[in-house]
Design a protein around this ligand. Structure first.
Ligand SMILES: *Cc1c(COP(=O)(O)O)cnc(C)c1O
Length: 407
């Protein structure tokens, strides 16, 4: 495809207007929104207002006057249409790792006598570490199997299954409904990590029968570096499940200051400590970038972007590179990995030319596509630059090799 054809696609895209919601530096093709979403234009002002007007002028009265106390649920409600859940099933809290710990622990406790946490090998490291740590604490055992063996590994000892929905390396994703049903047939609970799914593809947590989920605020949700995470607990489970990491903010009456814990209503009990208001302000600006966006349009554009990128890269770079993601765009999330033996140096050379992706060992160059701001034109340009770097051997300079970082 030539640049003019790609520009025509951009002009006719129903999401073209959303790019204006972001501040992106000139001369940069940003394909790393799956690691850190771009800055929403409204975020600095939102942060300034929260700091200057609220914190600065109204001080502690802001907890009531500006409703800070409700922000973990008020901001979470904006996620409801993005993930296909009810507002009262969502909460913003902590980091993804901590949220995982909380939900994994409550799930394990809800299945007394069962000793297995089932997960997949090569899951995102934090997911495995959290499961291992919890297993040590509760005398459980982590069973990690190949992705296609999850269903057959389920048995009467499985308390909870925990999986990352979209694989952070390959972008392959699980059939949410099928895995939920299999877990339920074995009377186990299912916990999804949606870090590479939320804001990237169309989700229907309620419609597919999800029990529990967590996800990351700083990737496709554009919540800013270190943004808090989110928790999803299906309404039907909220009475039954308890927060294992009890804190005063999850208490029914935080300001009664009583000695004994009694859990708050519904999703509220999953709070632990005081929410980070400034971080919530930035995350709210991130979630606002989805205002009026149809997730079906977003998913359709994601697939078209990645499909165009892959075909341009393969056409221009030939056998030197290998697609290491599912070929069918309907079977992957919103990123792709392209393998090259010298992937690290090639990615460094790309970054030096303004094409920002990232690298995952051993040889994977990862490119993320954010349908709200990435353009078709960028797909063609990035593929051209990659082909140029490979064709000229531009990547093979000491400054692009790992060694040079140490010296
Ligand atoms: C990015 C990511 C996380 C992030 O965890 P934090 O605790 O927020 O740092 C967790 N799980 C997956 C699958 C991720 O991709």
């Amino acid at each position: 495809m030539d640049i003019d054809e790609a520009r025509a696609l951009d002009l006719s895209s129903p999401l073209a207007f959303a790019r204006e919601r972001f501040r992106l530096p000139d001369g940069v093709i940003y394909l790393d929104g799956n690691s850190l979403g771009a800055l929403p234009k409204a975020a600095p002002q939102k942060l300034e207002e929260t700091a200057e007007r609220q914190w600065g002028e109204d001080l502690i009265a802001s907890w009531n006057k500006h409703g800070w106390i409700d922000w973990p649920t008020r901001v979470a409600a904006k996620l409801a249409p993005i993930v296909g859940a009810k507002p009262n099933e969502l909460l913003i809290a902590d980091s993804t790792s901590i949220c995982l710990f909380k939900l994994l622990a409550t799930a394990a406790q809800a299945r007394p006598g069962r000793k297995t946490i089932l997960t997949q090998r090569r899951n995102f490291p934090t997911d495995l570490y959290v499961a291992q740590g919890l297993a040590d604490l509760l005398g459980l055992h982590v069973k990690a199997v190949e992705p296609d063996k999850i269903q057959s590994a389920l048995d009467e000892d499985t308390a909870v299954v925990t999986l990352t929905h979209v694989d952070y390396r390959s972008a392959a994703f699980y059939d949410m409904r099928a895995i939920n049903e299999a877990a339920h047939a074995a009377s186990a609970l299912m916990l999804w990590d949606l870090s590479h799914s939320a804001g990237a593809i169309e989700l229907d947590l309620d419609g597919t029968g999800c029990d529990l989920a967590v996800g990351c605020g700083y990737k496709y949700l554009n919540g800013g570096p270190g943004a808090p995470a989110f928790i999803f607990v299906a309404e039907r489970l909220q009475d039954e499940l308890a927060n294992p990491l009890r804190g005063w903010m999850g208490h029914a009456e935080p300001f009664a200051f009583v000695d004994d814990y009694s859990p708050g209503e519904g999703i509220m009990k999953f709070l632990t400590g005081t929410p980070s208001i400034l971080a919530l302000a930035a995350l709210e600006a991130g979630l606002n970038t989805f205002d009026g966006i149809s997730m079906a349009d977003l998913q359709a554009k994601s697939r078209k972007l990645s499909d165009l990128f892959v075909s341009e890269v393969e056409m221009r770079c030939g056998a030197e590179v290998r697609l290491a993601s599912p070929r069918d765009p309907a079977r992957r999330g919103s990123h792709v990995v392209i393998a090259h033996l010298e992937g690290y140096a090639v990615m460094q050379a790309l970054v030096a030319r303004g094409v920002i992706g990232d690298f995952r060992a051993p040889d994977l160059m990862r490119f993320g596509f954010c349908p709200l701001y990435n353009r078709f034109e960028e797909m063609v340009q990035a593929a051209k630059i990659l082909a140029d770097i490979l064709g000229t051997g531009e990547w093979d300079q000491p400054r692009f090799h790992r060694r040079s970082k140490v010296t």
